[in-house]
Design a protein around this ligand. Structure first.
Ligand SMILES: Cc1ncc(COP(=O)(O)O)c(C=O)c1O
Length: 389
């Protein structure tokens, strides 16, 4: 137990790493933010965080903080409606799609998707491009047949396969648009056999570039990278599919339950929905998805350009499969990787350790990650190379 003194009073502080009110009072005007390259939860726009801070004690002039509003209150309903409206606007989502805010992360979508749409005598095609695809595949196998339409496991998922083999009449085709761990990203959607719908785990690149929503049956994404805090999952799903889902399932596991009740069958993740709404508004103010794509290409391009010119660092993903969101690279020497990560952390460049299954370094530079942070990383890597190269 850690104790510290407030004048004459001793205050018990069971969790010394959680700032107490007193520390918060002292620190709130000198917030220092460092470059956070975490793969998720990840950097969010400072303007959004500031607006949220303002609304913690009272949302607008309601006198009730955003965390405290009933989800049935008029004030919160307006927050929810704005989030849905901005989502439709930003991504150009047609009216025949429902927008749902669910819980359970992308991991629950790995289950809900086949549970709703894959009968035990049916087959779904899955493109296996990494650990998250594999998790989705494992869940689908509990409900029906899975055909692996392609895999890049032979080279530890460092590329997106060109060839996809389709099964005869799959219920749907599932792919992971960006592979967070391996730094690879699809440049276009895979082909779709007639009668099937396209299902996409877009957790780590949603709204980083324009998307043609009408090509998909369902798109889902945990919010904690490009959209907001963890705890809310965005699901964009065609209405005819919602109606077609397995009606025998437990209530909470049917898409129709959530669509019929505007994501409020039970208490929704209100704070998450609020932040997602602010972030979608922020994206719109930045110029929408086309502007996002340009900024993301620019940021990632500067980092890849350096890596390509470096004698010490090498990107791990094949050139034509490179992700704009997660840039993975290695020195080829584990000790040097570790030294680089440690020195970067000390220099205020945090979260660069690659996923344990790949090693090396990973810079996650989602929509809200500032371009100046990428420049600081490039400069740091250049200096590191000069010092130890
Ligand atoms: C592409 C992808 N899919 C799924 C997940 C799992 O998401 P969740 O933790 O929201 O279940 C992640 C998490 O990082 C991810 O990057």
């Amino acid at each position: 137990m850690f104790r510290f003194s407030n004048g004459n009073r001793q205050i018990r502080q069971p969790f010394p790493h959680f700032p107490s009110n007193l520390q918060y009072e002292d620190q709130r005007h000198m917030t220092k933010r460092i470059d956070n390259f975490s793969a998720g939860p990840a950097t969010l726009p400072a303007a959004v965080l500031e607006e949220a801070r303002e609304n913690l004690l009272s949302l607008g002039d309601s006198g009730i903080g955003i965390l405290e509003h009933s989800h049935r209150s008029k004030t919160f309903l307006s927050v929810y409606e704005k989030a849905v409206a901005y989502c439709r606007l930003v991504a150009g989502i047609p009216d025949d799609y429902d927008i749902l805010f669910l819980q359970g992360g992308a991991s629950l979508q790995f289950v809900m998707l086949p549970m709703n749409f894959l009968g035990s005598d049916q087959t779904a095609d899955y493109l296996n491009t990494g650990a998250w695809s594999k998790k989705a595949i494992a869940e689908a196998k509990r409900f029906g047949n899975v055909h692996i339409a392609c895999t890049s496991e032979d080279r530890n998922f460092c590329y997106i396969p060109d060839e996809v083999s389709q099964s005869d009449s799959p219920a749907y085709v599932h792919f992971t648009s960006n592979n967070t761990i391996y730094g690879t990203e699809f440049s276009t959607e895979p082909g779709l056999p007639e009668g099937a719908f396209l299902a996409c785990d877009a957790s780590s690149d949603i709204f980083s570039r324009p998307m043609n929503v009408s090509r998909y049956g369902i798109i889902y994404a945990g919010a904690q990278k490009n959209l907001g805090p963890s705890g809310v999952t965005l699901v964009i799903i065609r209405k005819d599919l919602v109606a077609r889902g397995n009606s025998e399932l437990p209530t909470m596991l049917r898409y129709s339950t959530h669509a019929d009740k505007d994501s409020m069958f039970n208490t929704p993740p209100t704070f998450g929905i609020y932040i997602v709404g602010l972030i979608l508004k922020w994206i719109e103010e930045q110029g929408g998805l086309t502007a996002m794509q340009e900024k993301n290409r620019n940021k990632a391009g500067r980092l890849y350009d350096f890596l390509d010119s470096s004698d010490m660092f090498t990107p791990t993903a094949d050139r034509n499969s490179r992700s704009m969101m997660n840039v993975t690279f290695i020195t080829g020497n584990n000790d040097l990787d570790a030294k680089c990560i440690a020195e970067a952390t000390a220099a205020g460049l945090d979260g660069l350790k690659g996923h344990r299954s790949v090693g090396g370094l990973r810079a996650s530079i989602y929509n809200a990650f500032p371009p100046e942070g990428v420049d600081r990383l490039v400069q740091f890597l250049k200096d590191f190379e000069l010092k130890y190269g």
